[in-house]
Design a protein around this ligand. Structure first.
Ligand code: HEC
Ligand code: HEC
Length: 303
């Protein structure tokens, strides 16, 4: 706090306390006009209510006096009077540091236990899941949704469906969270609009959806030469580069004919941020355990 601010705060404190003290001394002696009937003559509600004149109750005066003295005590012990640090040396930072340390001390034994388990085992530990759920809601729900069903507009996958772009073992999930992911589907508009439409029919055929046989047949060799490098000759995808399985009826960017054509024509990019700078390794493991549990409901015990 600069000296100017300090003086200003001190001035305000002295002014407020001064006014209060003055009222306190003055009020009992104040001359209030009174009538013969013992009222002030102020009347409301057409005279039905008249203001009486009674001395302040003693308990009220004693209590106010105690609070007034208490305020001095507080300003002596705690910061409040300008830059005066207070006799106890209390600071908000200090209090926060003590509370964080106490919380760490409480969590340490829990985290020690968690470190002995694999992510898959942690997914069967109620306390780990509770922590993981909270971390998920704070950090991940914005894109993947509170129930983790994903968001096609953002290209954020459903994490509950057992269909993995990059693999669904505990280790794969930890890697996805720690380092982030970024799948790139190139744009194929250069192939021409007719070919894009043929390819979309072929993609529909891969998951057994109604499609135009002739167009799909025309596109098949193009898929094998152009798309199979990433999506595989059978269209089942490649977890090494996050190329989705096109045969399972689960869509990252939408499975309507229009959405598929848009994907092929314009390409798509997914960006999953890396969390290694925002979450520590323990937090990432419990979050991964929570994610793992979502597609393994009733996942067994932790031993
Ligand atoms: C900014 C939006 C965003 C946030 C926040 C986010 N994600 Fe993601 N996440 C994505 C996108 C987009 C992808 C798909 C990446 C791709 O297409 O290559 C993804 C992919 C993943 C995958 C890989 C899924 C698979 O099928 O292999 C996992 C696991 C995952 N996220 C978990 C998390 C967790 C846990 C958090 C919170 C710590 C989180 N995400 C936060 C957008 C996000
Ligand atoms: C360089 C590798 C690569 C090639 C080549 C490639 N893709 Fe992709 N494709 C991807 C990746 C990676 C994604 C996921 C993008 C993301 O993470 O958002 C994807 C996504 C898609 C999707 C969206 C799937 C969904 O679930 O919404 C479709 C459809 C698709 N590709 C079709 C094709 C077709 C057709 C071709 C050939 C013309 C092709 N891809 C060529 C890498 C590739």
């Amino acid at each position: 706090m600069t000296t100017g601010w300090s003086i200003w705060v001190m001035f305000l404190v002295v002014l407020n306390m001064g006014i209060t003290f003055f009222l306190f001394l003055w009020a009992p002696h104040a001359k209030v006009p009174s009538r013969g009937d013992g009222t002030t003559g102020h009347a409301w509600a057409g005279g039905a209510i008249r203001e009486g004149l009674r001395p302040l109750p003693r308990w009220w005066i004693v209590l106010s006096g105690a609070m007034f003295l208490g305020a001095f005590g507080y300003l002596w012990l705690y910061p409040g009077f300008g830059a005066h640090k207070g006799k106890l040396g209390w600071t908000a930072h200090g209090q926060l540091a003590r509370e964080v340390a106490a919380n760490d001390a409480r969590l340490d034994p829990l985290l020690d236990r968690f470190r002995m388990y694999s992510v898959e085992q942690l997914a069967g530990d109620g306390e780990a899941l509770q922590m993981g759920k909270r971390l998920f809601e704070d950090n991940c729900a914005a894109c993947h949704g509170r129930a983790a069903h994903g968001n096609q507009a953002l290209g954020a996958p459903d994490l509950t469906d057992h269909d993995w772009l990059y693999g669904g073992t505990g280790k794969d999930i930890v890697t996805s969270i720690t380092h982030g992911r970024g799948g790139v589907m190139p744009s194929w508009s250069a192939l021409g609009d007719t070919t894009v439409k043929d390819l979309a029919q072929y993609v529909l055929s891969l998951s057994g959806r109604p499609h135009d046989d002739l167009m799909a047949a025309v596109a098949e060799p193009i898929f094998k030469s152009t798309c199979a490098a990433c999506h595989g000759a059978d269209g089942k995808g490649n977890q090494g580069i996050g190329a989705p399985n096109l045969t399972d009826g689960i869509w990252l960017h939408g499975g309507s004919l229009e959405a598929i054509e848009t994907t092929i024509r314009g390409g798509r990019q997914g960006h999953m941020p890396n969390w290694d700078r925002r979450l520590d390794a323990d937090d990432i493991r419990v979050t991964a355990a929570y994610v793992y549990s979502l597609s393994h409901p009733g996942h067994g015990d932790a031993d």
